[in-house]
Design a protein around this ligand. Sequence first.
Ligand code: C5P
Length: 405
Amino acid sequence: MAHLFNRNVLLGVSGGIAAYKSAEVVRQLQELGADVRVIMTRGAREFITPLTLQALSGKPVHTELLDEDAEQGMGHIELARWADLLLLAPATADLMARLAAGRADDLLTTVALATPAPILLAPAMNQQMWRDPATITNAETLVQRGIKLVGPAEGQQACGDVGPGRMEQPEVICAAAAGLFQSGKLAGKRVVITAGPTREALDPVRYISNHSSGKMGYALAEAAVAAGARTTLVSGPVNLDVPEHVHCLKVESASDMLDACLPLLPDCDIFIACAAVADYRPAEVQPDKIKKGAEEINLRLVRNPDIVSAVAASEYRPFTVGFAAETRDLLTYARDKMRRKGLDMIVANDVSRQGIGFNSEDNEVTILSHHAEQALPRASKTTLAGQIIDAVASAAVRDTDAGLS
Ligand code: C5P
């Protein structure tokens, strides 16, 4: 089944009686996983209120081209760039004529000209208007330009006529929209990824941490999105931009990270622990800044919770993947770690080697599961992330099919 996960769908509604069905179109696009924004023409607003579509889409509805406030929020060019698909439903004879003529006389037609996204159009009009040579020519022109049509359907019309011109049913339109995109190996799966270091506070201004950059975890999140997954990053403090379509929870300490991860598990299919979690934290966090004075001070550290082990032991246990950074006997230690932590898969890398692993651009890893071993040659973290997600997706689907997870 095709999905629209991680896709931005801009729905353009024009002024026909079928506009009342656009509420259902919004709902069904969202059910398929899309982020939806709506543009309404003036005519559309005679049939259904912007408030209805705003409430359903959860975003302000765009109506005017020359509106200073709206342009300051998300302007028409930004909106055109935001869209992965422009869906026009219903598309009246007038809208089709204006599009065919290349007009830009309202927000919707302007965005249609300005968007690089594919356009899918669901015509809706009286059967005689649909059969009129002017409309036929306009439809042919639009199809020649690469615009896809879904419908119209035939049958009883609101005006009492019978014939072609009814807007297709919302489920047919939304399936056609989803069918324009490749689904990806993780379409609709929910993936949680931990990334970056943790910070363990000593006092209000100092902490213990490590050099993890978070690059591998963020690259994995981007690759998971590209594979169609609904992706959440639980990230320690890093200097990286959150990839598009990724929901990011920022945390500081290992305990924060555990607290952020556990509630996500009932809605998680795959958990990837990529964070460099501090193994120990100060036994006590001083309420005030520790003063310089004594020649020697002792720091008492206590063990942090092991997040990935807790996830693997949880009643909601997702397909669980860990990372192992070792300086010797890489595969032996990694296999042992996979067993001890109850993981399905572990990604092993040798951190004693120059130029790979911690805080560098490249990496070279071996993926171990209970059934297989796959060595991936040195490559950028982005390339490796795609390969790791591919391997995780294959193994997770295989295990699910076998009823193992
Ligand atoms: O035990 P070690 O730190 O070598 O294990 C590494 C793996 O375990 C990584 O996947 C890391 O994200 C995860 N881990 C964790 N919580 C910890 C320590 C490590 O989730 N407290």
